[in-house]
Design a protein around this ligand. Structure first.
Ligand SMILES: [Zn+2]
Length: 448
C-alpha cells in the first residue's frame, strides 16, 4: 500500500492539535469538553467547503457530523465514526508531557494517540481528501466525530442515535479497535473487530435480621450470607462458550496443537487456561470464552456491635454475544443455588447486551482486502473485544459496524495493549498514513 505523504502530514498535524485540546473524559458530565475537538474539525472541514452540523448533548459535549451526499438514495451509506474524547492520565507515569502532542523520532506522543484520535484524524483527513477531489459516491459518506465514547456514549453515540438518528444513520460503520498485527504460527494476522461483550451489572441486596453483636449465636447476619454469595460467585465455573470467533482466535495462538485442542474442548478449556505460563494472557482468553462475574463493591453494616440486616453487593457481569438478560439470571441461579438466589434481591443496574455484526458483508470483504494489501499475506482475524465501543449502538440500530484501522509492522498486539489507556501512549506516523489510506480506499470501494 502506498502512503501519501501530504495526507499523512495533514492527519498527523490534526492529531497533534486534537491531543493538545485535552478533551479528557473522566466520566462526569462537566468533563470531556469535546466542543474543542469538534470545533477544530468543523472549522477545518468547512475550509474545503464541506457543510458540517454539530450537536450539543450537554454544555461542552459536542459531536460533529459532515456528509458527502450520494447520488442514489437507495445505495448503502458508510459512516466513519471517531470519538474525540480521551481518558485521563497519571502524568507521573509518563516520560513526556501527555498533552504536548510532540512528534519525536517519527512518533506522535500523547493521550489519545492510539485511542483513538489518530484514527479520528485519519477519518477526517480521508473525508476531506475525498471531498477536495470531487468524490461522487452512490451512497452517502458520513463523518461523525463523536463525544463521550470513553464514559459509555451516553452523551455521544447513544444520545445521537436516540435523538438525531437521521443525521448519523448509516448502513455500514467503521470505528475503532482493529488492525492490530498479531503474531501467529503461520505469520501475521490482523484483527477486525466485529463483536463486543455485553455489560449486565447487577445489584444484589442480601437481607438479614438485626441483632446485638454480643449474642451472634444462631442469628441471621446479612454480612455472613453476603460472604457466602461472594464465595459462590468466585467459585462459579460457567460452561465455556466455544463460539466461532473463539475458534478463529485459538487458531491464531502460538500454542502447541495439544493446548489448542484443549482450548476448543469445553471440558478441558479451563484447565488449559490455568496451565498457561502467561496468566495475563490467560485472563484475556478466559474473558473471550466465558461469561464473567466479578463482585466489585460491597456496602452494609453500620456499627461494630450491631448485626447487619442488609448488605449490598455490586456485581460486574460481562456477557457473550447471544446471551439475554434471562440467561444472566439463570447463571446467577446456578451459581448461588436456587435457595440462596431466592433469598436475595437481584436488580440489574446496567444492561447493554453483547453485540455482533455478521462477517458475510461487502464491508468485510473491502476492509480485509485493503488491510491485506498493507500487510501482504496477513490473515484477517474476526475478533471479539472484551470492552465496549460505540459500535454497539449502531449494531443495535441494525447497522453493520466493525472496528478497523491499520498499524505499521512495528506495532504488535502487546505494544498496542500496553499503550492503550496506558502511559507513554504514542503512535508512529506510518500507522497514521496507513490508516488514512484505509479509510480513503474503503469509502471509494464501498460507495462507488
Ligand atoms: Zn476508544
Amino acid at each position: 500500500m502506498e502512503i501519501d505523504a501530504t495526507r499523512t502530514n495533514t492527519a498527523t498535524e490534526l492529531l497533534q492539535t486534537m491531543i493538545r485540546n485535552e478533551c479528557v473524559n473522566d466520566g462526569t458530565l462537566e468533563s470531556g469538553e469535546e466542543e474543542r475537538n469538534s470545533d477544530l474539525l468543523e472549522t477545518w472541514l468547512e475550509g474545503s467547503g464541506l457543510d458540517c452540523q454539530h450537536f450539543d448533548s450537554a454544555p461542552g459535549r459536542r459531536s460533529i457530523v459532515s456528509r458527502i451526499e450520494g447520488s442514489d438514495p437507495d445505495a448503502p451509506s458508510l459512516c466513519l465514526m471517531g470519538h474525540t474524547d480521551v481518558v485521563p492520565v497519571s502524568p507521573e507515569g509518563w516520560s513526556r508531557e501527555p498533552f504536548s502532542g510532540e512528534l519525536i523520532d517519527g512518533e506522535v506522543w500523547g493521550r489519545g494517540a492510539i485511542d483513538m484520535l489518530s484514527q479520528t484524524a485519519a477519518m477526517a483527513t480521508a473525508f476531506r481528501h475525498l471531498a477536495d477531489t470531487g468524490f461522487r459516491p452512490k451512497g452517502d459518506l458520513i463523518f461523525f466525530g463523536v463525544a463521550d465514547e470513553e464514559a459509555g456514549g451516553t452523551w455521544g453515540a447513544k444520545w445521537m442515535l436516540d435523538n438525531n438518528l437521521d443525521a448519523v444513520r448509516a448502513d455500514y460503520v467503521i470505528t475503532e479497535w482493529g488492525g492490530v498485527p498479531i503474531d501467529t504460527p503461520t505469520g501475521t494476522a490482523l484483527s477486525l473487530n466485529i463483536a463486543e461483550k455485553g455489560v449486565a451489572w447487577q445489584k444484589l441486596v442480601v437481607k438479614g435480621t438485626p441483632g446485638h453483636g454480643s449474642m451472634p449465636y444462631g442469628t441471621d447476619n446479612a454480612l455472613v450470607t453476603a460472604a457466602e454469595v461472594v464465595r459462590r460467585l468466585a467459585d462459579y465455573r460457567p460452561t465455556p462458550n466455544i463460539h466461532d470467533l473463539w475458534r478463529h482466535q485459538v487458531a491464531n495462538l502460538n500454542f502447541s496443537d495439544d493446548v489448542k485442542d484443549a482450548m476448543l474442548d469445553p471440558d478441558r478449556l479451563d484447565d488449559a487456561l490455568a496451565d498457561l505460563p502467561d496468566q495475563m494472557h490467560a485472563r484475556t482468553l478466559h474473558a473471550c470464552s466465558h461469561t464473567t462475574f466479578s463482585p466489585n463493591v460491597v456496602s452494609g453494616g453500620s456499627k461494630t456491635n450491631t448485626i447487619p440486616d442488609e448488605v449490598i453487593i455490586e456485581l460486574d457481569i460481562r456477557t457473550l454475544p447471544g446471551e439475554t438478560p434471562e440467561d444472566v439470571q439463570e447463571h446467577l441461579r446456578i451459581a448461588l443455588g436456587q435457595k440462596l438466589y431466592d433469598a436475595i434481591d437481584v436488580t440489574p443496574i446496567h444492561l447493554d447486551m453483547a453485540t455482533r455484526s455478521p462477517m458475510d458483508t461487502p464491508l468485510w470483504d473491502v476492509l480485509s482486502d485493503i488491510m491485506q494489501s498493507a500487510h501482504p499475506g496477513a490473515a484477517i482475524q474476526p475478533s471479539l473485544i472484551t470492552g465496549g465501543t460505540d459500535a454497539r449502538f449502531y449494531r443495535e440500530a441494525g447497522s453493520v459496524a466493525y472496528g478497523a484501522s491499520l498499524f505499521s509492522a512495528g506495532m504488535r498486539a502487546e505494544v498496542f495493549a500496553d499503550r492503550f489507556h496506558g502511559n507513554d501512549e504514542r503512535i508512529d506516523v506510518e500507522s497514521i498514513g496507513l490508516t488514512t489510506e484505509l479509510f480513503v480506499e474503503a469509502a471509494k470501494r464501498m460507495l462507488t
